[in-house]
Design a binder for this molecule. Structure first.
Ligand SMILES: O=C(O)c1ccccc1N[C@@H]1O[C@H](COP(=O)(O)O)[C@@H](O)[C@H]1O
Length: 212
């Protein structure tokens, strides 16, 4: 059984990046849309990105941002992946020539397959609970039974995950990866060392169950 990958999103502090890497995350998310309470500027993002060891990916989250800003982010932060969390078209996402994840607003999308077909170049899809036009990152979950199985393209499960529910989420949806932000926080943008650790322990427990 392939293990479930994990991304911790919305990190703003060096100590949280270090703790996340020590816990074995596959990726960290840097939120670079000014609409977010977890916004990090170019200098902060470049400094956090420089702390990452090999094989831990930097993902930059954007939300209907201006192309000039996206270009500046790419040039200064050198993310491994972009995550477009708004209503960006496939053309807008692909225009930067970078690998990208597209957020799927599960509050209004009924057919994930049809949505994914509109983004043929996306490296994967992040399923969040918001409705189209809403912001996402709300800390709310959606019905995990709606996640398609054997989808053929990587699906990242997000929305309201925490140490108490991630094992059930993984058992139900069997995603490629899980993505969490508020569920591992002490306050917006301030991660909690104990919540991060407990999240990884719960995820490991779910993996151990699947192996049996
Ligand atoms: O993190 C944010 O501030 C954010 C802002 C705007 C859009 C998305 C955002 N975060 C993403 O949403 C998912 C789910 O968040 P949560 O775990 O429910 O709090 C998160 O993993 C980010 O990728």
């Amino acid at each position: 059984m392939t293990r479930t990958r994990v991304k911790f999103c919305g990190l703003t502090r060096a100590e949280d990046v270090a703790a996340a890497c020590d816990l074995g995350v596959d990726a960290i998310g840097l939120v670079m849309t000014r609409r977010s309470k977890r916004f990090v500027d170019l200098d902060q993002a470049a400094a956090l990105r420089a702390l990452l060891p090999p094989f831990v990916a930097a993902v930059v989250l954007l939300l209907d941002d201006e192309p000039e800003w996206v270009r500046e982010v790419i040039s200064r932060v050198a993310p491994d992946l972009l995550q477009f969390h708004g209503e960006e078209s496939a053309q807008e996402c692909a225009a930067h020539g970078r690998r990208y994840l597209k957020a799927v607003p599960m509050g209004s999308v009924a057919d994930v397959g049809a949505y994914a077909a509109t983004h043929p170049q996306a490296a994967g899809f992040l399923l969040d609970s918001h409705a189209a036009g809403g912001q996402g990152g709300s800390g709310e979950a959606f019905d995990w039974h709606r996640v398609p199985r054997d989808f053929g393209r990587p699906l990242l499960l997000a929305g309201g995950l925490n140490a108490g529910n991630v094992a059930a989420a993984v058992r139900t949806a069997r995603p490629f990866a899980v993505d969490v932000s508020s569920g591992i926080e002490a306050a917006p943008g301030i991660k909690s060392a104990s919540r991060m650790r407990e999240f990884m322990q719960s995820l490991a427990a779910a993996g151990a169950e699947q192996d049996h």
